[in-house]
Design a binder for this molecule. Structure first.
Ligand SMILES: [Zn+2]
Ligand SMILES: [Zn+2]
Ligand SMILES: [Zn+2]
Length: 355
């Protein structure tokens, strides 16, 4: 995530902000330019974007921002859709007459927009493609109906179903402990499910599929049986020797989704550190391998080794900062070589699309 700035006073502004905290001008995110901009009221309820790249273009506020105050994304005036690029992906939203649903949905949308930001940065389309047989990406935000079966979070043929119960921190923590995960986040869910969505388009090609099976295993093994096995017996005790997470052992598709989500975590956080000008220069002469200058990385254009070479020192420093606050580690993982090779595979596939 880039660091953003108010176009009027230059103050730092954050992705979710709707007002500049210093000069109080309104802010909106422009998905067409992938930029947060200061916006000023224009006639007919429109807004003029002040970021120089917008060239004074007019925008409308997303309907979910106007009606429910849960979205700060803008729509170019010539686009007739009342919803922004991220919100128009929704087909089902929770029943907002129930008291806490708006807040739970809001938390989900915050995570979703960060994930969509990554898709925009990577140039991944959310509309279907006929040549890869990919359905358009859609979201259903649901809740358990009393007496009915529980809503399972997951992806099926382009539709990502999310149970908003997990936006409740206590419930998410309960599930994390139950499943013995080091961390469990809404953004992690979003990145995991989106990786399932793009598997066919990104991996299902003769030039990638053999390598995929070498690294991740044969995805033709029965998916349902594999998951049942996982939930019955758990992960093998030595899962850390090959996988980024225990759940990644459930099936090669789950390994792909877990690995890709992990990759998105890394590249987004490295971008954020670089954008804030974070550099690491440990004082001890023997600690030269601990230096990092993430600002020097041009995301996908850099080699994967270069990204990791900056990432690991950052994680050591951030983990220690968190410990200084008595918080859990920011990055509670140790990556094995096979897991790194899978991450490299994700990187190379995404990079090959961009060249
Ligand atoms: Zn300002
Ligand atoms: Zn929106
Ligand atoms: Zn999955």
């Amino acid at each position: 995530m880039k660091a953003f700035h108010c176009d009027v006073c230059g103050s730092l502004a954050f992705f979710e902000n709707v007002h500049c905290l210093k000069c109080d001008n309104s802010l909106g995110f422009l998905p067409d330019l992938i930029d947060l901009s200061t916006i000023q009221p224009a006639p007919d309820g429109l807004w003029r974007a002040l970021t120089p790249n917008a060239h004074n273009h007019l925008y409308r506020q997303c309907a979910n921002g106007q009606q429910h105050e849960i979205c700060n994304w803008m729509i170019p005036v010539e686009d007739p859709n009342p919803f922004c690029t991220a919100c128009r992906l929704n087909t089902v939203i929770p029943d907002l007459t129930i008291s806490n649903h708006r807040e739970l949905w809001h938390q989900m949308e915050v995570a979703k927009r960060r994930m969509v930001y990554t898709l925009l940065r990577l140039g991944l389309s959310t509309e279907g493609t006929s040549n890869h047989n990919r359905a358009p990406l859609r979201f259903r935000f649901m809740t358990d109906a009393s007496g009915g079966p529980p809503v399972m979070t997951g992806h099926d043929e382009g539709v990502i179903t999310i149970n908003i119960a997990e936006a409740e921190p206590a419930e998410r923590e309960r599930r994390r402990v139950h499943l013995r995960e080091p961390f469990r986040t809404l953004l992690g869910h979003m990145r995991h499910e989106i990786a399932h969505y793009y598997w066919g388009e990104l991996v299902e090609h003769p030039q990638h599929l053999d390598r995929f099976r070498e690294l991740f295993g044969d995805e033709r093994q029965d998916y349902k049986t594999s998951l049942q096995n996982y939930y019955q017996h758990g992960a093998p005790a030595d899962w850390q020797l090959r996988h980024v997470s225990a759940y990644a052992t459930a099936h090669p598709w789950e390994d792909w989704a877990e690995t890709s989500a992990h990759y998105f975590h890394i590249v987004d956080t490295v971008e954020t550190a670089g954008s804030f000008g974070v550099t690491l220069k440990p004082r001890h002469p023997e600690a030269q391998s601990m230096t990092a200058d993430p600002n020097s990385i041009a995301k996908l254009n850099s080699s994967f080794d270069r990204i990791l070479g900056n990432w690991f020192p950052l994680t050591y420093a951030f983990n220690e900062l968190n410990r200084g606050m008595g918080l859990p580690d920011l990055y509670p993982f140790v990556l094995s070589n096979p897991a790194i090779e899978k991450l490299r595979f994700v990187h190379e596939i995404l990079r090959s699309r961009q060249l």
